[in-house]
Design a protein around this ligand. Structure first.
Ligand code: NAP
Length: 302
């Protein structure tokens, strides 16, 4: 199989030696050619797809594919697979657990009080006093849900289609999930239906003094509505990893807001060591003429 590696963001030197070792009978290329059957893409350079007439699979190196789906050059008739990388799933759960614990144990506030040299106490809560609401119970949300349960939190989750997970209150009713939640973790794909989902009305439904964690995409959250909810005291804190404009502009009011913790889109990164077997499996499937794994439903947008 001829495989093109085409990403303007992922460094080829990080991936190609691993790929060549794992699939020694295949040929890995960095320039488009007429006989390429599989394209491994982050954001491919413009004009890439037009030069791949024999393409059988577009394999994304990332879990979120909204940018690829919006690319008018993406060939419509070729299957698109997204990356489902166990290393990235584990990293995301670590990130959202760290944020929820930071809020739950009031560390965000103790950091502020340390800067002010204040020796003050906040009341202690137990994990069972808190409900974590997870928006999106897919690969990422379901792993995080299990880990929150293991720590003793109550967990509820929102998905498009009805779902059952032991110990998790699963619902397709967003208002119900929000109104139960102290902490809301956004792990949704960005689609026409989920854009702006965390807006004024949604935040108002959350329980008071909670936190919002957005590690999905910046456009899920309406920033002015978030700032209003923080400034009114309805929300205690927000943990933001993703933004409409990245890097976050220097003049954004978020940088200096005491109620906001910012990370630079690092909640979970693709980990080549654990992603590689997933790529190998899909290249083998193309070789055998079988359906690749983790195909994107273009109609649903994820
Ligand atoms: P996934 O497996 O496709 O799961 C998506 C979940 O969202 C599913 O449970 C789905 O419901 C639910 N959903 C989608 N549209 C919905 C709607 N309109 N209403 C209610 N629920 C809806 O996705 P994933 O692998 O967990 O990844 C989620 C997103 O995380 C990615 O798309 C990406 O944007 C983001 N991400 C961010 C980072 C970072 O570093 N910040 C890293 C990786 C991924 P169903 O179960 O009914 O389909």
């Amino acid at each position: 199989v001829n495989v093109l590696f085409a990403s303007t963001i992922e460094p080829a030197e990080r991936w190609l030696p691993l790929l060549e070792r794992a699939l020694p009978q295949d040929r890995f290329l960095q320039e488009p050619r007429g006989d390429v059957e599989v394209a491994l893409v982050g954001i491919p350079p413009p004009g890439t797809f037009a030069r791949l007439p024999k393409l059988k699979l577009v394999q994304s190196l990332w879990m979120g594919v909204e940018k690829l789906l919006a690319d008018p050059e993406l060939p419509r008739g070729v299957p698109l697979a997204r990356m489902v990388d166990p290393g990235m799933v584990a990293a995301m759960s670590e990130t959202v657990l760290a944020h929820v614990l930071d809020w739950h144990r009031h560390f965000w506030l103790y950091r502020q009080w340390q800067r002010e040299k204040q020796w003050k106490h906040r009341r202690q809560f137990m994990a069972l006093d808190r409900t974590v609401g997870i928006l999106g119970l897919g690969e990422l949300g379901s792993d995080a849900a299990k880990k929150f349960l293991a720590l003793g939190f109550k967990v509820c989750g929102w998905s498009r289609r009805p779902k059952a997970m032991p110990g998790v209150h699963c619902s397709t009713d967003l208002d119900e999930v929000l109104s139960r939640s102290d902490a809301v973790v956004c792990l949704l794909p960005l689609t026409a239906q989920t854009k702006g989902i965390l807006n004024k009305a949604a935040l108002a439904k959350m329980r008071k003094s909670g936190c919002v964690i957005n590690v999905a995409r910046g456009a899920h959250l309406v920033l002015n509505d978030l700032l209003a909810a923080l400034d009114s005291g309805h929300l205690a804190h927000a943990y933001l990893d993703v933004f409409d404009e990245e890097p976050l502009p220097a003049d954004s009011p978020l940088w200096a807001h005491a109620g906001v913790t910012i990370t630079p889109h690092v909640a979970a990164l693709t980990e080549p060591r654990t992603a590689l077997p997933r790529i190998v499996e899909n290249v083998e499937r193309v070789r055998r003429g079988e359906t690749p794994l983790n195909l994107v439903d273009r109609e649903a947008g994820y």
